[in-house]
Design a protein around this ligand. Sequence first.
Ligand code: ADP
Ligand code: MG
Length: 722
Amino acid sequence: GNQARLMAISDIVNRQPMSVEMPKPLSRIWATDVFNMATMEEVLSKNAFKAMKKTVQTGAALAPATADVVAAAMKDWALSKGVKFFSHIFYPMTNATAEKHDGFIITNSDGGAITEFTGSLLIKGEPDGSSFPNGSLRMTNAARGYTAWDPTSPAYIMHTDNGATLMIPSVFMSWTGEALDKKIPLLRSNAAMNKAGQKVLALMGEAEIATLNSSCGAEQEYFLVDAALASARPDLMLAGRTLFGAPSAKGQEFDDHYFGAIPERVQVFMQDFEDKLYRLGIPAKTHHNEVAPGQFEIAPYFEAANVASDHQQLLMTLMKLTARQHGFMCLLHEKPFAGVNGSGKHVNWSVGNATQGNLLDPGDTPDKNLNFLLFCGAVIRGVHVYGPLLRAAIASAANDHRLGANEAPPAILSVYLGDQLEKLFMDIKDGAISETVNGGLMDLGLDQILKFERDPGDRNRTSPFAFTGNRFEFRAVGSSQSVSGPLVAMNTMLADSLTWIATKLEAALETTSDKTEAVVIVLKELMALHSNVIFGGDGYSSEWHTMAVEERGLKNIPTTADALPAFLDQTVIDLFDSTGVLTPVELKSRYEVYAEQYVLSIEVESKLVVNMAKTMIFPAAVSYLSDLTDAIGGAAELSITLDSSVATAVGENINGMMAAVAKLETAMATHDFASTEEHMKFCADTVCGLMLEVRGFADTLETLVADDVWPLPKYSEMLFMR
Ligand code: ADP
Ligand code: MG
């Protein structure tokens, strides 16, 4: 109870930053624990290395004999670094990372121990598939699941308190070959995008076209709370967010935290954490404070989407681990604290290849960059046609607290292009390409400040899907989410749009041999159909919410219960089926898994609300009320009428809270829903509201009950003490 809270506070006051080693030069630690191309070039034969390189760059098949050679080299490399275990690491349909560890050791008939690691052990593992959600893809008795090595994402060594393990990035499938993970669809979506992109580039007359790949750079926001305080909050421990808590007297209103000086204990944490990332070849590049007190951001440099996605998962794991070592709890939840900003994960995304470069880079003269115009147009069409899919791809109980709450992008998917490109595309809609004007030189009239070229457009932080110079930034993704889902949705919608464009372009090129003319014909039609999705104004405003829905025909999808059924939509089923990214059965299973996760997380939260209200808040409030009434009675004996307004308010709020708890318990006992959809709706419309009702009374009690008997660490303590 309050003991834990008060002890935590006294602990923190005396805390020192953890002592860590002096930072090593980057050149000495960079990727030392990664079996990357540089390592392979050293330890593999020339032929084996060439084969691996081809697989990594183009996705070409690897011969089994080569896999044997790679396995042997990988084992020797790992053993030389003191590793005794290996693990196929994979990414089930939840946002988690899963691993099963096996020893390199086997015993021979003489009882001696030898190490063994063959190509077949590298290629395939067999975890018990039944312990992972599969969305009725299989009966529980059909448990067989396979993991298979993904040679396009480098193996690495993970150091934990339990020793070092060779981690082998893998895909995860059922015995019947259905994708049970987030990596298989990502790889397939890349392939689909490549195939469609090749067609468009070939029609544009490109002589040589290398394999197209998508890139991802993810900006990760997070909170750090002192571990002693966090452990006195069952809601933070079990649900990752506070289900109770009155606002702190000071919040984020001074805007003084963003980009401010980083507190010392946090600086030490960041340095330690980033050194770990560097050893694993994760290019951590920027870090800074975020808007809310106690909130920070880290953004690694972008990489190929598949590798970036694996690295993002690893980053989240390491972040929580390192925070623990520094006496913090790292909160990746989208909305840990009511009333202060939540956390997102901006997914920066582009597509390109070695021959044409980044196809979303307009260059200095976008009006002459026809490939760019086509790919950018394809994105515009994709977001318009598949907006509800993008919304579904980022739907979760936690992210619902952010989206549309005037601090995060709205739950309406629109595209921000910036002034220059918006004008260019609107002109194309009218049938003409006009010359673009650049931002010009920034001149402050101060000779000592060097002049620089201004960006052609400003930024718009209210847009969920913004063009940011040479990439799109999907800003509605939640901080705890895997980036794979959003990347799959983006790559797949792009594949579909590029296929649409290829068909139209082929027809246009039959009527004219002028490429510019043909591109204008195609994009004019595209804009006539899809320009409604382009919006450069304030996405937070109520005018936009009305205009988007009523005039533009866009959808406002506030909750996960409203969003997830997009996976059951025929256009979405056809999209995934035609691109070969997910079969209808695989898609359906994802709907079921995500819906179940939604319902489960709200169930956990409602149980916590009932439990904490009854066993922590009620006892504290009652004992304080009894102190008050004793005092009022005692004072009356002395003929003093003590002010009883607080006692009355405490009593009323206790009763209000317990009545709300009873209503919540009744709601939680409701079963027999006609469909998963009905169940989700009930959670969104009824259960969430009742949890808030309980919270309302409890938070009022927090402002009335004496501070020294209040059991839960307060917002001011969690947000400001470190
Ligand atoms: P900001 O906060 O201004 O949006 P950051 O520097 O924090 O920018 O993050 C931008 C992210 O976008 C980084 O991860 C960066 O590497 C990534 N990025 C840059 N160019 C591309 C690109 N072409 N494709 C994908 N990601 C990119
Ligand atoms: Mg950004």
